[in-house]
Design a binder for this molecule. Structure first.
Ligand code: TYM
Length: 334
């Protein structure tokens, strides 16, 4: 039997959701909600693979929930919940730890980046994090996973794990092989300070990113200060590609204004970057500020946010338990 299309994705509650999360993930979450069943998870167990201050973590779980709602994800259509409230994630992760191979995990570039020079001091959780991610997806037998390009390798690992489970337990097609849904035009929003680094929550300088909670003044200042290029805007893509910071600014503008990059180049060729920066700041203010305002408003009602998570967890738990019952049988657990 063909599996019904089911979308799953997760966002870590580590604070400061930014334009990269918005364009790489959240906007797609919203588009997919219109066409199919979706499960969107605040992946708190992933967050603790790097130490989190407990009080801040709780606040960040609520803020990530508020960000889902503020971008338009509707809890009556999609399931919104936090990972730790459905224990099936941890249980399946353990089973998949026994399916996944050490050699596969050793290839994960994100572990190498996050663990830094002294890998011996990284948590074991950080190392096996991609197995937990596979568990998140497979627990619901999800078929499609909207993510930014930085998660591509983890998704490939989830596919390998699904395939190996199906082979090992002689149940071809049991776990769907999940398809990544990576935005075509802007799969990686880059830092405003360094066009070769992705925009990230953990980057020290706040000028490197546009946060969803930034006000108009912050956005205008950050775009004004963003690195660009000393020469005027080129008239062709080939030249633009050699200027990563300029490429990033034009790419973001193209995505938010829903204008192709070619058209933006046609319009802007020969002009100074201050011209495109002005347009970009305006369009960002009109798209991002309402989201930030809504996040702040929702954060004033903790009871409401907790209730959304509770309802979502109940729905997710029913689906998870149904699948886990069969998974335990397949593995031979009583
Ligand atoms: P996280 O929390 O780092 O990021 C959440 C989503 O935002 C995307 N993203 C970006 N997209 C474009 N440009 C950027 N600069 C940028 N920065 C972040 C990420 O690709 C992601 O889609 N491991 C995941 C969370 C996770 C998950 C899952 C995702 C856990 N389980 C299961 C999908 C399915 C993560 O750390 O994302």
């Amino acid at each position: 039997m063909k599996n019904k299309k089911l979308v799953f994705s997760g966002v870590q509650p580590t604070g400061n959701l930014h334009l990269g999360n918005y364009l790489g993930a959240l906007k797609n979450f919203l588009a997919l909600q219109k066409e199919t069943d979706c499960i969107y998870c605040v992946v708190d167990l992933h967050a603790i693979t790097i130490f989190q201050n407990p009080k801040e973590l709780k606040n960040n779980i609520l803020e990530t929930t508020a960000s889902f709602l503020a971008t338009g994800i509707d809890p009556n259509k999609s399931i919104i919940f936090n990972q730790s409230s459905v224990s099936g994630h941890a249980e399946l992760a353990w089973i998949l730890n026994c399916v996944s191979r050490i050699g596969w995990l050793n290839r994960m570039t994100q572990f190498k980046d996050k663990a830094g020079k002294d890998k011996e001091k990284a948590s074991v959780g950080l190392y096996i994090y991609p197995n937990l991610m596979a568990a998140d997806i497979l627990l619901y037998k999800s078929t499609h996973v909207p993510v930014g390009a930085d998660q591509k390798q983890h998704l490939e690992l989830s596919r390998d794990i699904a395939q190996k489970f199906n082979n090992d337990f002689n149940c071809a097609g049991f776990f769907p092989i999940p398809e990544p849904l990576i935005p075509k035009n802007i799969s990686r929003v880059m830092s405003l300070r360094d066009g070769l680094k992705k925009m990230s929550k953990s980057e020290e300088s706040d000028y490197s990113r546009i946060n969803l909670k930034d006000n108009a003044e912050d956005i205008i200042k950050k775009i004004k200060k963003a690195k660009s290029d000393s020469e005027p805007i080129p008239d062709n893509l080939k030249m633009l590609e050699q200027k990563p910071e300029a490429m990033n600014l034009l790419n973001i503008y193209s995505e938010i204004s829903k204008t192709s990059l070619e058209k933006v180049l046609n319009e802007m060729a020969g002009k100074e970057y201050s011209d495109i920066k002005k347009k970009l700041a305006d369009i960002l203010v009109s798209e991002i500020c309402p989201v930030g305002k809504e996040i702040n408003k929702l954060m004033k009602d903790e009871t409401y946010l907790l209730q959304i998570l509770k309802k979502g967890s109940e729905k997710a738990n029913i689906k998870a338990e149904e699948n886990l019952k069969i998974i335990r049988e397949k593995v031979g657990l009583i």
